[in-house]
Design a protein around this ligand. Structure first.
Ligand code: BGC
Length: 371
């Protein structure tokens, strides 16, 4: 069957004939891949800057954002049946008996670093025709959102980040009370940095939770992304018109900053404007470009004097996948036109070179295996 694979030793990427996977355990599920999304991580792997093939393989089949349809199940599969639509998770646990994260099914917090990730690290990914994996890594998707479900995995990044926001905010006693999430989220102000798919999906997730939400990005105010942010009820500010230091004048106390740029300089500058009791979430993974200058004294003063909290988030657990599926269903109901605009193009697999190595354009570009 067809697959897109990178060969790190031979420094090439190409379509290969990859062996058809078979059910290996009684709880395995085989899916036919319908769509695979392309993200910055895939492009880094394609440039041979990231990614590790499985042991004993000279290549890595890439792709980790996907939606598939079940074609075969093992005899002990109980929750999934042929014909169902599913989104598989990305990370698989390490083998260390004493890794509490992996042993409790939360390999997204793996402590040893010996986890594997499909399409990224030591396991083949989803940019191929069929995939087999255990039912516990498969998440059922309602058929009515199957055309959007390729967005589930990128949305899990925001979901994992936001699940933790509420855990953190419970340190404030008035937020640790029944109904507080609904009551106070509506008064909170969130700033999203970046208007790529992770940023805009994050903005949608914040808006459905009731946050007043601003999106700050370098795209001009009349750009497609700006219009998109405004059409879902967000407020858009372009960095071409407004410097970062001026944002609090327009926004007020910034309760939450959700970083989705992968750019360190702008992100650390934004830490300077985080509000009182504010939370800053990093999601981007910048390439190493050398040291930058930041106003560390100011950032440290603010962290202390304003009770701020900063954390990063990577990968996602089952809870974030389930929340992403329910949120995507909600987005489709609230913003039926807009949510489809995030997927800016569906391409045949033969276009992989341009998609992975050509210029970035649009929002989320997707390889469709069903066409
Ligand atoms: C993926 C995550 C993965 C991370 C690091 C991201 O693009 O969405 O699942 O953990 O890359 O490899």
């Amino acid at each position: 069957m067809k697959a897109v694979a990178v060969f790190p030793q031979e420094k090439k990427i190409q379509i290969i004939d990859h062996p058809m996977p078979k059910l290996e355990s009684e709880t395995d599920v085989k899916i036919r891949i319908l769509e695979v999304g392309i993200c910055g991580t895939d492009r880094e792997i394609a440039r041979l800057e990231y990614g590790t093939p499985p042991k004993n393989s000279s290549y890595l089949v890439i792709g980790h954002e996907t939606i598939g349809q079940v074609v075969e199940i093992g005899p002990k599969v109980s929750k999934i049946k042929p014909g169902d639509f599913v989104v598989p998770m990305v990370r698989r646990p390490c083998w260390h008996p004493d890794c509490p994260a992996c042993r409790s099914g939360r390999q997204d917090f793996c402590l040893t670093g010996d986890f594997s990730e499909r399409g990224i690290k030591l396991l083949h990914g989803f940019m191929t025709e069929f995939v087999v994996d255990d039912q516990k890594y498969m998440n059922l998707v309602p058929p009515q959102i199957k055309d959007l479900a390729v967005l589930v995995e990128p949305l899990t990044i925001a979901e994992k980040g936001l699940i933790q926001v509420w855990d953190v905010e419970k340190r404030l006693p008035w937020l640790d009370a029944p109904g507080a999430e609904e009551k106070y989220a509506h008064k909170q102000k969130a700033l999203v940095l970046g208007a790529g798919p992770v940023g805009l999906l994050g903005a949608m997730a914040l808006l459905v939770r009731g946050f007043e939400t601003w999106v700050y990005s370098r795209d001009p105010k009349d750009s497609v992304k700006a219009k998109f942010a405004e059409s879902i009820g967000g407020k858009y500010i372009s960095s071409r018109d407004t410097g970062i230091q001026e944002l609090p004048k327009q926004i007020g106390n910034i309760d939450l900053i959700y970083e989705a740029t992968g750019a360190a300089a702008i992100s650390f500058q934004a830490m300077e404007i985080l509000g009182i009791n504010g939370v800053f979430i990093f999601t981007g993974v910048p390439g190493r470009k050398g040291p930058i200058q930041i106003d560390a004294d100011l950032i440290m003063r603010n962290l202390v004097l304003k009770n701020q909290l900063v954390y990063g988030t990577v990968n996602a657990g089952k809870d974030a996948f389930e929340k992403a599926i329910s949120d995507l269903t909600e987005f489709a109901a609230r913003w039926p036109q807009q949510i489809h605009q995030i997927i800016t193009g569906r391409y045949p697999v033969n276009d992989y070179q341009d998609l992975l190595l050509g210029p970035i354009s649009g929002m989320k570009r997707v390889i469709s295996f069903s066409s």
